[in-house]
Design a protein around this ligand. Structure first.
Ligand SMILES: NC(=O)c1ccc[n+]([C@@H]2O[C@H](COP(=O)([O-])OP(=O)(O)OC[C@H]3O[C@@H](n4cnc5c(N)ncnc54)[C@H](O)[C@@H]3O)[C@@H](O)[C@H]2O)c1
Ligand SMILES: O=P(O)(O)OC[C@@H](O)[C@@H](O)[C@H](O)[C@H](O)CO
Length: 381
C-alpha cells in the first residue's frame, strides 16, 4: 500500500490531511510526541471524522498507525524510505525541531529509493515548506543536499479547514467543519490526492486565505478575549465586534484586490462565505485557541502586520488592522506561553521596542504610531 508519513497527529493532522490521504488509498503513518495518541492509533487502527453540522455525518478513517519521534527514530526513518509523501501539521515554530530527523530520513531514502518523494508543510505560514526545506538543509552537507534535492520535491501549500480543540478525552475522533480547501503549488504533475488542488502559483491563494480566514479569525479572537467571550460564534454575535471584523476584512480585501487583481464581487462573496463559517455554533471553537501564539501571529509576515504594511505601502486604509494589532498585544491569556512572554516583554521594554522586535515596525512609522494610540486607548478602557 502507498504510504504517507505525516508529522503531527493533532487536529488538522487527523481531521484533514491524514483523512484525505487515507481516503485516497494511502496508509498514514502519524509521527507525534503525544504517547497516548500514538498508542491509541496503533491499537484502534482507525478513527472517525465527524462533520460539525446538524446531521453530524461521520467518515471512518482507516489504514492509520503511529510512531513517536522521541524514541522511534529508526522506525520513522524506515517509514520515510518507503513513503510517497511526507507532510507536516505541527505549527510553524516546531518545524526546526523535526528537521534533523527528517534530514536523516530523506538521506537514507534517496540512498536506497529513487522514486520521487513529495514534502508538503501544511501550516498557516507563507512558504512553510521552503522554511522546512531550509531547516532540513542545515543538517546535510552540500553533497547530501544535492542528492536529496534530486529526488525530493518540496511543495508549498495553503490549508483551510476549521478544526477546534477536541473535548473528547480518550478518543481519536475529530470534529471538523464541512468546508475544506488544500492548495498545493506544483509546476509538474504529482500523484492525485482526493481534495488536493494543484496551482502553479500559490501566492494569491495563501495570501487570500491567511488575510481573510486567519485575519478575520484573529480579530474575533482578540476582541472576543478582551470582551470575556468564550467562543468564536458567540463573539461574532456581538454587533460591535462583527462590524470590526467586516471593516478589517474590507481593508485586507482592498489590498488583495489591488495586489492580485481579484474580482471585487467574487472577493466579497469569499468574505461572506468565511464569515458564515465563523458562525458555525457546532464547532464551539475557543477564542484562546484561535488567538494562540500571539508572538507568531504578530510577526512581520503573518495575518495582521503583513496586510497592514502592504496596505500602507499601497496607500490603502489600515486603521482597523492597526486596531487588531493593538488588541493582539493585549492578549494576556496566562496559559499561552507566547502570550505570557509577550506581556513580560511589554512590561519590561514598553510597546515601541516590542513593535520593533516582534512586528518589525519602527516607532517612526505612522502604522506603529496608530497601533500605539489604539493600544493605549484600549488598555485604559
Ligand atoms: N486547527 C485548525 O483549524 C487549522 C487549520 C489550518 C491549518 N492549521 C495549522 O495546522 C498546524 C497544526 O495545527 P493543529 O490545530 O492541528 O494543532 P494541534 O496542536 O492540534 O496539533 C499539533 C500536533 O503536533 C504535535 N507535535 C508538537 N510538537 C511535536 C514534535 N516535536 N514532533 C512531532 N509532533 C509534535 C502535537 O503533539 C500535536 O498532536 C498549525 O500550523 C496550524 O496553524 C490548523
Ligand atoms: O492555527 P493558527 O494558530 O495559525 O490560527 C488559528 C486559526 O485561525 C486557524 O487554526 C484556523 O482555524 C484555520 O486556519 C482555518 O483554516
Amino acid at each position: 500500500m502507498k504510504k504517507v508519513v505525516h508529522f503531527g497527529a493533532g487536529n488538522i493532522g487527523r481531521g484533514f490531511i491524514g483523512a484525505l490521504f487515507s481516503q485516497s488509498g494511502y496508509h498514514v503513518v502519524f509521527v507525534d510526541i503525544a504517547e497516548q495518541i500514538i498508542n491509541q492509533l496503533n491499537e484502534d487502527k482507525q478513527y472517525n471524522v465527524k462533520l460539525a453540522t446538524d446531521q453530524q455525518e461521520t467518515l471512518n478513517i482507516q489504514n492509520v498507525s503511529g510512531l513517536n519521534n522521541l524514541n522511534q527514530e529508526e522506525e520513522v526513518i524506515a517509514a520515510i524510505k518507503e513513503a510517497a509523501f511526507l507532510t507536516t501539521a505541527i505549527g510553524p515554530t516546531i518545524l526546526p525541531r523535526i528537521a534533523p530527523l527528517i534530514a536523516k530520513g530523506l538521506l537514507a531514502r534517496v540512498n536506497e529509493n529513487k522514486d520521487k518523494l513529495y514534502v508538503i508543510a501544511c501550516e498557516n505560514q507563507i512558504s512553510a515548506t521552503d522554511l522546512l526545506k531550509g531547516y532540513i538543509m542545515e543538517h546535510l552537507d552540500v553533497a547530501d543536499q544535492n542528492k536529496v534535492l534530486t529526488n525530493v520535491a518540496f511543495l508549498n501549500s495553503a490549508v483551510d479547514r476549521i478544526v477546534p480543540i477536541q473535548h473528547n478525552q480518550g478518543s481519536l475522533d475529530v470534529l471538523v467543519e464541512p468546508y475544506h480547501e488544500w492548495v498545493v503549488e506544483a509546476t509538474k504533475e504529482i500523484p492525485h490526492i482526493e481534495g488536493m488542488k494543484i496551482v502553479p502559483d500559490l501566492a494569491p491563494f495563501i495570501e487570500r486565505k491567511l488575510f481573510t480566514v486567519n485575519t478575520g479569525h484573529a480579530v474575533i479572537a482578540y476582541f472576543g478575549y478582551l470582551a470575556h467571550k468564550e467562543t468564536i460564534d458567540e463573539t461574532l454575535a456581538d454587533k460591535v465586534i462583527y462590524n470590526q471584523v467586516k471593516a478589517t476584512l474590507e481593508e485586507t480585501g482592498a489590498y488583495l484586490i489591488h495586489k492580485y487583481n481579484l474580482n471585487p464581487d467574487e472577493h466579497q462573496k469569499y468574505i461572506e462565505k468565511i464569515i458564515s463559517r465563523f458562525k458555525n455554533a457546532h464547532l464551539q471553537d475557543g477564542v484562546t485557541r484561535v488567538g494562540r501564539s500571539p508572538l507568531r501571529k504578530l510577526g512581520p509576515e503573518d495575518r495582521l502586520v503583513r496586510p497592514a504594511v502592504q496596505a500602507q505601502k499601497a496607500g490603502l486604509s489600515y486603521t482597523n488592522l492597526a486596531k487588531a494589532i493593538a488588541a493582539a498585544l493585549l492578549f494576556d491569556y496566562k496559559e499561552d506561553e507566547e502570550a505570557a512572554k509577550l506581556q513580560t516583554m511589554l512590561q519590561e521594554q514598553g510597546i515601541a521596542p516590542v513593535l520593533h522586535e516582534v512586528c518589525g515596525l519602527d516607532e517612526a512609522n505612522e502604522l506603529a504610531q496608530e497601533v500605539i494610540r489604539h493600544y493605549n486607548d484600549m488598555k485604559q478602557a
